[in-house]
Design a protein around this ligand. Structure first.
Ligand code: ADP
Length: 676
């Protein structure tokens, strides 16, 4: 039998062994096992010390007014202990003591006066005596919890050595809990970093100066196609890196290790399927660790690289086009200063690029800074739309087309202008030449028409001349008598004068038609113009064999145009209609010339015949140059007519008449403002 003193001694020894075992155990205890070992220790302490319960409380991190019961050993049972309770209202006195770093040892019955409220709560939970230690991170106000031991069956007095031993245990627990919290925080920040880096597609890596092994995150394994459990070494990394980029990466890593300079590189990797990806890596030397470690992050930048290449390529293409165009192109800012220009501008101004850039465009172009009121650049800035004009440079003897295109920014405001100067001298010359040729051609065709009409025109002039001849002879006869009838002679002379006027009017009409130069636009009455033409043509043998019906609108508004050109169109249509009826019986040969006011502002003239009509297949070709079905035709009549009508702002078209034959009609617009 052991004496009670022996037993006591044995228990004390066991308890001391437990304490040293626990203290040693906690040092290397993994964070996730701390809770279990605390609970187990609470149990063993209670057993060895004959205690009824041990409870560990922690102040809530978010709301430190609350106490949470995190570790409880309470074999004796008793009233239910809430998991969470408000510290201040339940244990105001104990909390005060703990906050000032004191250990609270009380017997519920003999509690101090100030602890009335605490006493009441202990009693409610059946606690007879209790010993509570503050759990703190060091310092007075860093209390984060409490560890309580207690009895429920009987009162217990707490001895000084016992308090000291349990205090040691409380410190071991406090340290373990703090370590667990720090560990949790670290895990938490690691988890956050992983979430963030994974979301950004970033793979993390750490390489040491003294070791070949490289630590890589899961994402990094994905990026480099390393298998999940494969050991990654420095050499293994290089098996993936594109051979052409080995040196680049090698040097950057060496530099970062040696000088501590940040690692920033972009390189290619070759994947097992042969595809190439671009990786961007950034790293930093870990200054604290020796031998040095290099830590960094890698991200797949293939898409960005491809986009950059595309942008670069299109920029290069653009620059090439920009420079190869012979036109002078400049980009101007709001102050009309040149911000960019192409190679042609250098040749044009005879200045170097730095001499051109920043200069005011008018300064260079017109040797004046003030843009003229109608300057296209200025108009373009004001109106926000394309502006263009053609000017003749009297110094250089060159024609230029000057255009300005506004470039709006994202807000839609015009902040830049593309100013383009194009040498159009050649085009202008060609246009002038074409115009000359055209005028020549229209003249030739007109002369041709006149040639066709020579017989009838001669007849037209002959008529008044014959009358003059006859009248002159009559006058001579009258004058031969001794007392001539002066009244009769004066009548004859009037007739001669009238016939002379008629002949000279015919000649001046023919001369007008044969004139080479274009005549100015004038106000014209189309009824009168057609009547004039008919008077010239009426002696034509063919025209004599047909009926011409004038269906003229009496209220035809005047049009504005070139008399000679419009006469040419009418003559052409009349002669074509006449020619088309050459083969039809004489009694069917009718030409209806109609004028009408189609809409308020349009005059329509149509010439209808009862001839062959238009072959459907050829309807499109009629107006094409040199299309003719006549053996001696030139095929330019309708082409010229169409051009003339278009130049007058009208249209011309051909169709078949329901009763047979063709109808050619053209329109001219009534230009009211030109009527006054
Ligand atoms: P050309 O009279 O020298 O042939 P045009 O350009 O005036 O030149 O006419 C081209 C062709 O259009 C004519 O050769 C003819 O075939 C056809 N054409 C013109 N007017 C008529 C018409 N009133 N009826 C039928 N065919 C016509």
């Amino acid at each position: 039998m052991k004496s009670s003193a022996e037993e006591q001694l044995e228990r004390r020894l066991m308890f001391e062994t437990l304490l040293s075992e626990v203290s040693a155990n906690f040092i290397n205890l993994p964070a996730e096992r701390i809770d279990d070992v605390i609970l187990d220790t609470q149990r063993r302490v209670c057993e060895l010390q004959g205690l009824d319960f041990s409870a560990l409380w922690q102040l809530a991190l978010k709301n430190p007014r609350y106490l949470y019961q995190t570790h409880v050993h309470r074999p004796a049972g008793g009233p239910f202990l809430p998991e969470q309770m408000e510290a201040e209202s339940n244990f105001p006195w104990v909390l005060e003591q703990l906050k000032s770093g004191k250990i609270v040892a009380i017997s519920t019955v003999a509690a101090p006066k100030d602890a009335a409220r605490d006493q009441e709560v202990w009693r409610r939970y059946g606690v007879k005596s209790s010993l509570t230690f503050p759990l703190s991170a060091g310092g007075d106000d860093l209390l984060f919890g409490a560890l309580t031991f207690g009895t429920m069956r009987e009162e217990r007095a707490w001895s000084e050595p016992q308090i000291k031993q349990l205090e040691l245990l409380a410190q071991v627990f406090a340290n373990a809990i703090l370590r667990k919290r720090a560990d949790y925080k670290l895990q938490e920040s690691e988890r956050r970093l992983k979430v963030a880096t994974d979301a950004a597609g970033t793979g993390l890596w750490i390489m040491g100066m003294d070791t070949d092994d490289v630590w890589v995150s899961e994402k990094n394994r994905d990026l480099f196609h390393f298998s999940p459990h494969e050991k990654v070494t420095y050499e293994r990394f290089f098996t993936v890196i594109h051979p052409d980029d080995h040196e680049l990466v090698q040097q950057a890593v060496d530099r970062a290790f040696r000088s501590g300079e940040n690692l920033v590189i972009e390189y290619r990797i070759l994947l097992p399927d042969g595809s190439i990806r671009w990786i961007g890596s950034r790293g930093q030397r870990d200054g604290a660790a020796k031998p040095f470690r290099l830590m960094g992050a890698s991200v797949d930048i293939t898409e960005r690289k491809e986009m950059e290449e595309r942008v670069l390529k299109s920029a290069e293409e653009w620059q090439t086009t920009f420079d190869s165009t012979p036109d002078i192109i400049m980009i101007l800012d709001e102050d009309l200063k040149i911000r960019r220009h192409n190679a042609a501008a250098i040749t044009f101004f005879g200045l170097s690029s730095p001499e051109i850039l920043g200069r005011h465009c008018h300064d260079l172009l017109h040797e004046t800074k003030e843009p003229s009121l109608d300057c296209p650049v200025r108009r373009s800035f004001q109106s926000g739309v394309h502006q263009e004009e053609e000017i003749y440079d009297t110094k250089r003897h060159v024609w230029y087309q000057i255009s300005s295109d506004p470039i709006p920014n994202q807000e839609g405001n015009v902040t830049r202008i593309i100013h383009r100067i194009k040498d159009i001298t050649e085009r202008m010359k060609a246009e002038a030449e074409a115009r000359k040729q055209w005028e020549h051609l229209t003249h030739v065709t007109r002369t041709g028409i006149m040639g066709e009409l020579t017989a009838s025109l001669a007849h037209e002039i002959n008529q008044p001349l014959t009358a003059i001849q006859a009248n002159t002879e009559a006058a001579i006869r009258f004058m031969a008598v001794s007392e001539p009838d002066t009244g009769e002679v004066s009548q004859i002379l009037k007739d001669i004068s009238r016939d002379n006027a008629r002949a000279s009017s015919i000649i001046s009409k023919i001369r007008a038609l044969l004139k080479k130069e274009p005549t100015p636009f004038t106000v014209l009455d189309m009824n009168e113009l057609i009547a004039d033409v008919l008077s010239l043509l009426r002696a034509d043998s063919l025209l004599q064999e047909l009926v011409i019906i004038r269906d003229f609108s009496p209220e035809l508004p005047p049009v504005f145009g070139d008399r000679v050109q419009l006469q040419q169109v009418v003559i052409n249509l009349i002669l074509n209609g006449t020619a088309a009826m050459k083969q039809v019986p004489v009694d069917r040969r009718r030409l209806v010339i109609k004028t009408e006011n189609q809409k308020e502002s349009v005059v329509k003239v149509s010439v209808a015949d009862f001839g062959t009509g238009i072959d459907g297949q050829n309807a499109q070709s009629l107006f094409e140059p040199f299309y003719t079905t006549k053996p001696d035709g030139m095929g330019m009549g309708l082409t010229i007519s169409q051009t003339i009508i278009r130049e007058h702002g009208g249209t011309i078209c051909a169709s078949n008449h329901p009763e047979g034959g063709a109808v050619f009609a053209f329109t001219l617009s009534v230009q009211l403002e030109n009527l006054t």
